[in-house]
Design a protein around this ligand. Structure first.
Ligand SMILES: [Cu+2]
Length: 171
């Protein structure tokens, strides 16, 4: 019936909002290190699980920078033709798509000393791109639901969040 369907749509919309709010920030090298030559950055990167929607945060001093490079230039520590260059000590890279990305420091010798990370971003846990869906192919959240029923999105999210809390307590 219509009310149940509206509740389900509200729950789904809330789940999307909740998932966006859950996006994680990964500060490179943290908590014990940073984007520098003394941190074991490969071990750090291997300890992380990166998901679409997460952010990669580089904090570094002025003798470093952040170059995004191709896999070949990552392997060879070639700083000549980066696909992106970041400076300034506080660089936030949005991991907006699944796949591998490669970052090295452009200061002479630093990549060879280990200032390089490979980041393998997975599709976010809640998204199942292969499942046929009535929604549009884009990654846009569901349309504001139930407006025809006179229910606002805010009410919908409130109800959806309440339902999620009830489900949590029921476990
Ligand atoms: Cu460096």
């Amino acid at each position: 019936m219509a009310v149940q369907r509206a509740l389900l749509v509200c729950l789904a919309a809330t789940a999307v909002v909740f998932q966006l709010a859950m996006a994680a920030d990964h500060t490179v090298g943290a908590p014990s290190g940073s984007w520098d030559t003394s941190t074991d950055l490969q071990t750090w990167a291997g300890s992380q699980s990166f998901s679409v929607g997460d952010n990669l945060i580089f904090l570094y001093t002025s003798n470093h920078d952040v170059l995004e490079v191709t896999e070949a230039n990552y392997d060879s520590c070639s700083t000549g033709s980066p696909t992106a260059t970041h400076t300034g000590g506080n660089t936030v890279v949005a991991l907006s798509a699944p796949g591998k990305r490669y970052f090295i420091c452009g200061t002479a010798g630093h990549c060879q000393q280990g200032m390089k990370i490979e980041v393998d971003t997975k599709a976010s846990a809640g998204s199942t791109p292969d499942v046929p869906s009535a929604e549009s192919p884009g990654s846009s959240p569901p349309p504001p639901p139930a407006s025809s029923n006179g229910v606002s999105l805010k009410t919908c999210l409130t109800v959806g969040f309440g339902l999620m809390l009830m489900m949590l307590f029921a476990l």
